[in-house]
Design a protein around this ligand. Sequence first.
Ligand SMILES: Cc1cc2nc3c(=O)[nH]c(=O)nc-3n(C[C@H](O)[C@H](O)[C@H](O)COP(=O)(O)OP(=O)(O)OC[C@H]3O[C@@H](n4cnc5c(N)ncnc54)[C@H](O)[C@@H]3O)c2cc1C
Length: 453
Amino acid sequence: MEERHMDKREFLKTSGAMLASTLLSKLTPAQITADSRTNWAGNYTYSTKNLDQATSVEDVLHSVSSHSHLKALGARHSFNGIADSAVDQISLTHFDQIELDAKARTVTVGAGVTYGQLAPYIDSRGFAVHNLASLPHISVVGACATATHGSGNNNGNLSTAVRAMEIVTANGEVLIFSRETLGDRFQGTVVGLGALGVITKVTLDVQPSFQMTQMVYEELSFSQLEHHLDDIFASGYSVSIFTDWQNHRATQVWIKRRVDQGSHADPKADFYGAKPATHNLHPLAGHSAENCTEQMGIPGPWYERLPHFRMNFTPSSGAELQSEYFVPREKGYAAILAVEQLRDQITPHLFITEFRTIAADDLWISPCYQRQSMTLHFTWKPQWPAVKKVLPLIEEKLAPFGARPHWAKLFTMPSARLRSEYTKLSAYQGLLAQYDPNGKFRNTFIDRNIYGI
Ligand SMILES: Cc1cc2nc3c(=O)[nH]c(=O)nc-3n(C[C@H](O)[C@H](O)[C@H](O)COP(=O)(O)OP(=O)(O)OC[C@H]3O[C@@H](n4cnc5c(N)ncnc54)[C@H](O)[C@@H]3O)c2cc1C
């Protein structure tokens, strides 16, 4: 077993102080100041100025026993109040150990590790994780707690790689959650929304490293999606389709192929009538492709092709909002047509929409629970009053398809609807009652969306 450990023995109680001065925080649009503590996008201000910086499990135990309410904070990339607390938050940024077990094909990472830190480390030792989100800046633990996903018909969301978690629960126990310790209930804990306790480390499955290419095509007619949606999403290991909802067409298609699966697309050939891009593109028209991963069919490591955005640059637009809804994959085209009817309400406030696919899983409150899924994602301009009016319209259009919202993005769906779409929600409530009977890790987001309060 190989281990990388940088232990900083300090336990800082900050009061709205700046988070650790990482490269990432230098690049974030929302600078954290002593007076204002916000999420990455700057659209959400946390309700408390108290942020414990833990460097050891003992520190975490101390925080858990000292506060009536506590919430773990990851890399702050969620767009809603999921990571908020009225009393106290705890950051585990300093939990930066990475332990690769090549024989078991697993890697165990501290709760502060981001995919951007994990990926080059395991790749240099011959391993990969099965997929990545559009950006590498997010923490592994925070991403897995919210069922964060990339794309690919056969790729489960990132949480499906979780084999075990070490967690500090409300009564001060340090437990290992795994299939071995919990049986089937483990599937209820992985997408945990930070409500079961403070996770200190997580073990993920890894596989042999692989090379990939990325090709981008422009102007794909929706009528091609009508007849070939499955083929188009099956044309690569990971496929993303972007649209601005204008002119009944997709603006771009990004196809990420594994070289070991025969990545030999002719760079000059059309793709269902869409034209191959002649240079690297950003999904947002007019944005420089400098912060995007390499395209044009040039082979490279998996972690430099699976995300759309490169590590040391601002991902996406920066000042933005995001929403995303999961529908059954076989209803994907019908769902696209339903939302297209709202294009005149959507487009003025939209940077871009993206469609992706995710494999079904068995994680209780994953949006892909027992359902092959397609997502309709919206990167919005930072215009919340207007976006807040459009979301209920989109949710109404998608209701007949049984849409489930992304937990970490913006939605307005009433909790009653969430309960009917997330069929294992009451079983998940049972886990919360067992591990957090007095609601130490509950916050307004959990009260509203899980308990309907
Ligand atoms: C530009 C941008 C692009 C994005 N792209 C994608 C994408 O491609 N696909 C996608 O699915 N999502 C995407 N997201 C959403 C993002 O993946 C989620 O918001 C994810 O949860 C962020 O992880 P984080 O580390 O920032 O966690 P945070 O937002 O800080 O926290 C998220 C949740 O994890 C919990 N948590 C964090 N650490 C711990 C811990 N140690 N113990 C217990 N609970 C913990 C928190 O309490 C909270 O409930 C994107 C977001 C942004 C800003």
